[in-house]
Design a protein around this ligand. Structure first.
Ligand SMILES: [Zn+2]
Length: 278
């Protein structure tokens, strides 16, 4: 079975040096990435690629190299090569290439924003033995940070799903209640707190329902299902401006495929259809 293997950074190990065909993850500003058709390009397909990327891992024996390309070379959009949004790319790529892309996006953000030592202020250096940056002056070591966030599909006693409009969403778009885990919290207590804060409801039967890397820039989304246990819907008016329990027949616009929000909503829709058939 094929696997993705994360590796510490290594530089200049690109195709030009090794002669091997590598998977190249070219990141552009604005959360965009280069694809060749519906997959990540290989180094042999990229005439501008001189083997100067940062190796971040491999899929089986094929190296995955990250290139932070800015400004964009003119020859990038040609043939099957195209730039698209990472979110859209994640709906097209194989699971292993998705993992490589999410890792590249998160590490790219982290390296740019972790340039100086938080203890003494000296400029940090990538470490070769582990995925970390170290301080040559005081010896402090900094690892990539991942911010866990919980997202919950809440159903009521009639099987309806709670959908909420976030003030950052476009008009008419609704999704599930989500938020970051606070220091000191368990994921389950974060689920309860976010739901209480944002819509004023209590929930029970909190169950894990899968997770997804969310590299915008460094989240891990952890999905749950929960059942309504009490309270009346009271949107907080700041983050959430409207929320309601919906049936499959009465759905607002929901997130596009590729997000864990959509996966949880689709799971609920399938269950509802099975219940109706059964
Ligand atoms: Zn230091």
């Amino acid at each position: 079975m094929s696997r993705f293997y994360p590796e510490p950074f290594s530089f200049g190990t690109g195709a030009a040096a090794s002669g091997a065909d590598e998977i190249v993850i070219v990141l552009f500003p604005g959360n965009r990435v280069l694809l060749a058709g519906d997959r990540l390009p290989r180094s042999s397909e990229l005439p501008f690629f001189a083997g100067d990327g940062v190796r971040i891992g491999r899929i089986d024996r094929t190296a995955c190299v990250m290139v932070e390309e800015s400004p964009v070379p003119a020859e990038v959009e040609s043939g099957t090569l195209r730039q698209i949004e990472i979110r859209e790319a994640l709906t097209l790529l194989s699971e292993l290439e998705q993992t490589a892309l999410c890792r590249a996006r998160t590490l790219s953000f982290w390296r740019r924003n972790r340039r100086y030592c938080g203890a003494c202020g000296a400029e940090l250096e990538d470490r070769s033995e582990e995925c970390a940056r170290g301080c040559p002056s005081c010896g402090a070591v900094f690892y990539p940070q991942i911010a866990p966030a919980v997202i919950t599909a809440i159903t009521d006693e009639r099987g309806r799903l709670l959908l909420a409009h976030n003030s950052r969403f476009r008009e008419g778009m609704y999704s599930l209640i989500a938020g970051f885990v606070e220091p000191g919290e368990s994921m389950e207590s974060a689920v309860r707190r976010e739901i209480r804060e944002e819509v004023g409801l209590e929930v029970k039967e909190i169950r894990y329902a899968g997770s997804q890397s969310w590299p915008y820039p460094n989240s891990l989304m952890i999905g749950f299902t929960a059942e309504y246990a009490g309270g009346e819907i009271r949107p907080d008016g700041v983050e959430i401006t409207d929320a309601r329990f919906c049936t499959p027949e009465d759905m607002p616009d929901i997130p596009s495929p590729g997000s864990i929000a959509r996966r949880l909503i689709d799971q609920w829709l399938n269950q509802q259809q099975e219940t109706q058939r059964g």
